[in-house]
Design a protein around this ligand. Structure first.
Ligand code: PHB
Length: 327
């Protein structure tokens, strides 16, 4: 009679993913999910006596589909936490429903700048990067390395635009000149031939690009057979030659200069251990996408531990996610 609190009867913690399991970013979605499940396997899928259940939502890299999936995960499956997405446009599409329903969202990849800027919310925590962050330093760095002119190429959606803007502003401020820029139809471009010809004709010192997934593989292979690196430097956001795409790109990727939030060669004890357990389970080196999935899992584990498994209060859970610390 004195205890008026409603007991939280759930003994399952439901993690919904909003990730691409089909479409141009499929391998990224699978890599993030794999690595997150590795983090959960390490603790036998149990936190504070509760079992973790992952419910997959395939965004198909389409904002409208992702919005439908987020409604299903939140209202029907009643997930406690969402993890995703990969695409900036998808992230922008699900932003409001997540905040309105107070469903904590951990973003393992999508870099849309405003989600941690003017549209930030305590229910949204990004454990990776913003599109600005990865690309801005390259503007100054390449200019200081003697690159005077550049041509920009990226997919025509939020991430491509934001990354090129970040590069461009800093490149120009450091004395560089942009000779041209093209935005390719996102998810639809397979033939980069016409763009490669225009890039070459520009006579720029460097091309600065961003691609990921299937588009990164196609672009790098086609730029190689076209001989673009014979006439200019290939530079850009480092995902373009991610370790995840190298098995398909092979030698065509050699010489690309990019910046990134992670490389597998980092020589710390934590990274060496991570690489070993990832290799044991998946038989390949982890990419930055794997790290982002693993870190998402780690943050979830630490956050739930810090509220002693009581995830009934969404405000407390969101606060916990924002304050935990992981390596
Ligand atoms: C994004 O859409 O924000 C995005 C997608 C793939 C990447 C990086 C950023 O590799």
């Amino acid at each position: 009679i004195y205890n008026t609190s409603i007991p939280h009867s759930k003994d399952v913690i439901k993690i919904g993913t909003l990730l691409p399991y089909s479409g141009v970013y499929t391998v990224l979605g699978e890599e993030i999910t794999n690595a997150m499940s590795l983090a959960f396997d390490e603790i036998n899928n149990t936190i504070s006596g509760k079992t973790i259940e992952i419910i997959r939502g395939d965004t198909e890299v389409k904002p409208n589909i992702a919005l439908q999936k987020s409604r299903k995960l939140i209202s029907s499956d009643k997930v406690d936490i969402l993890v995703g997405p990969v695409s900036s446009s998808v992230a922008l599409a699900v932003r409001d429903i997540v905040v309105q329903t107070k469903t904590p969202l951990i973003i393992p990849n999508a870099g849309a700048n405003i989600l941690t800027g003017e549209k930030c919310s305590k229910f949204i925590t990004r454990i990776s990067f913003s599109n600005y962050q990865i690309n801005a330093p390259m503007g100054k760095w390449l200019a200081n390395k003697g690159i005077k002119t550049a041509f920009l190429l990226a997919p025509n959606y939020a991430a491509g635009k934001e990354m090129m803007t970040a590069f461009k502003d800093n490149f120009i401020a450091a004395g560089g000149k942009v000779l041209g820029e093209e935005y390719t139809p996102f998810r639809k471009t397979k033939d980069f031939g016409p763009y490669l010809a225009r890039i070459k004709d520009s006579g720029a010192d460097a091309v600065y690009v961003f691609y990921a997934g299937g588009e990164a593989i196609n672009f790098i292979k086609q730029a190689h057979s076209f001989g673009l690196s014979d006439v200019m430097k290939l530079t850009g956001a480092g995902w373009t030659t991610s370790p995840l795409f190298l098995p398909a790109q092979k030698d065509a990727a050699v010489g690309f200069i990019g910046s990134l939030n992670y490389v597998p060669s980092i020589n710390t004890e934590d990274n060496i251990n991570f690489k070993k357990s990832y290799y044991e389970k998946f038989k390949r080196l982890p990419s930055e996408f794997a790290v982002q999935g693993y870190d998402s899992g780690k943050v979830i584990i630490e956050a739930i531990k810090s509220v002693s498994g009581d995830i009934s209060n969404k405000d407390n859970l969101a606060d916990a996610i924002r304050t935990v610390s992981i390596t």
